[in-house]
Design a protein around this ligand. Structure first.
Ligand code: 13P
Ligand code: SF4
Length: 367
């Protein structure tokens, strides 16, 4: 389901869940967790709200949660506190008897929606005719199961922000060029960190169906899909400039979904996991401006009272789709399971799963 379709959906949970007190919902969640024990597993992405993350059995970034889902064979129900593509990945990496549930079907990802399979097949046709059989497709896990399957079928793999460099290095042992979907920024920042100059990167525009290229066609090493994260694009070089002017002591750390200029002008850049580790290991009294999702920045602030932490963009909002998963939706999802009538089960069809798992396994083997 695309984000647009998902937004058209109304929240399907009964009104009563929005009028319950927080204490009541907490009590209900605790009671279902106790009743189901190991039959229930709740992974929670670091961008989730505190009211949800307090109940997660594992918290992590995309890579850690994919690894944990692949390992878990006990849980009958995996209630995924994250977004749709993460729940799809969990479904594909677990056994058929295990049911993956997304508490709110409207929790999509605008970046994942920027590459659909029809656009990808058209792009592939065009690129094959320009470059021949020299391209390996890689997709950020923030993509639909169909795109992962496309990569798996064509010898490619998935990547996360934690292992993108390693995966790009591997990809170049397979083919001369890479098509990187759907986040141009992660692709560009990673390729640049590996020493590939910007002139050797081209951008595929899926709407205009054309290649944006500055150098020579034969020099192109990386073809970047023209997609981006609507949260991380809100961090700008102007934010960096005004912070450097007003508070030169601040160190700036950003996620590689931010633009190339922002990453280049920051002091450090890395995945969600990398940012958390850097802040936890930083000296007391150090000062940090962080360029990533707001729930995580606020949690880092709370958990590191000995450090001065701000968001790189003072007017930042959280990821709206991640925030669809809230305590009322989690409570309802769990109570439906306890009643033997689970809702919002995420199921990827067997053929898509078979090919997408090839792409995921190529990544997990190197993670
Ligand atoms: P990571 O968890 O890989 O850092 O990705 C961030 C993100 O945007 C998830 O949607
Ligand atoms: Fe998608 Fe960006 Fe939200 Fe992650 S933070 S779910 S990439 S929109």
């Amino acid at each position: 389901m695309s984000l647009l379709e998902a937004f058209k959906l109304k929240s399907s949970i009964p009104e009563t869940y929005f009028t319950m007190t927080e204490e009541d919902m907490i009590e209900r969640v605790r009671s279902v967790k106790k009743q189901l024990g190991n039959k229930l597993y709740i992974p929670g992405h670091h961008y989730q709200k505190d009211e949800v993350i307090q109940f997660a059995d594992t918290t992590g970034d995309s890579l850690q949660l994919a690894q944990q889902s692949a390992k878990n064979r006990d849980a009958e129900y995996i209630v995924y506190c994250g977004v749709h593509f993460m729940a799809e990945t969990a479904d594909m990496l677990t056994e058929n008897r295990q049911k993956v549930i997304l508490p709110d079907m409207r929790a999509g990802c605008s970046m994942a929606d920027m590459a659909d399979i029809h656009q990808t097949e058209k792009a592939w046709e065009h690129l094959q005719s320009s470059f021949g059989d020299t391209i390996l497709p890689l997709t950020y896990v923030n993509s639909t199961a169909a795109i992962k399957a496309f990569c798996g079928k064509n010898g490619g793999a998935t990547v996360t922000s934690s292992n993108a460099e390693r995966m790009l290095e591997w990809a170049f042992t397979q083919k001369e060029r890479i098509l990187f979907l759907p986040d141009q920024h992660l692709g560009r920042n990673t390729a640049y960190a590996l020493g590939i100059p910007l002139e050797k990167m081209a951008v595929w525009d899926p709407i205009a169906r054309e290649l944006e290229i500055e150098g020579d066609l034969s020099d192109v090493k990386v073809i970047l899909w023209k997609g981006h994260c609507s949260v991380h694009e809100k961090f700008t070089v102007e934010n960096i400039q005004s912070l450097r002017d007003s508070d030169p002591e601040m160190r700036i750390i950003v996620h590689p979904e931010c633009s190339h200029q922002v990453v280049q002008q920051s002091d450090m850049a890395g995945s969600t996991h990398y940012i958390i580790q850097a802040i936890q290991n930083a000296e007391p009294n150090s000062a940090w401006a962080i360029g990533t999702e707001m729930n995580l920045v606020n949690r880092l602030k709370k958990n590191n009272p000995d450090k001065r932490i701000v968001s790189l963009n003072p007017n930042m909002c959280p990821c709206l789709t991640m925030n669809r998963i809230d305590l009322p939706h989690l409570t309802y999802a769990l109570e439906k399971i306890a009643q033997g009538d689970p809702e919002n089960i995420i199921t990827v069809d067997p053929l898509t799963t078979e090919n997408a798992v090839k792409a995921l396994e190529r990544m997990l083997a190197r993670a």
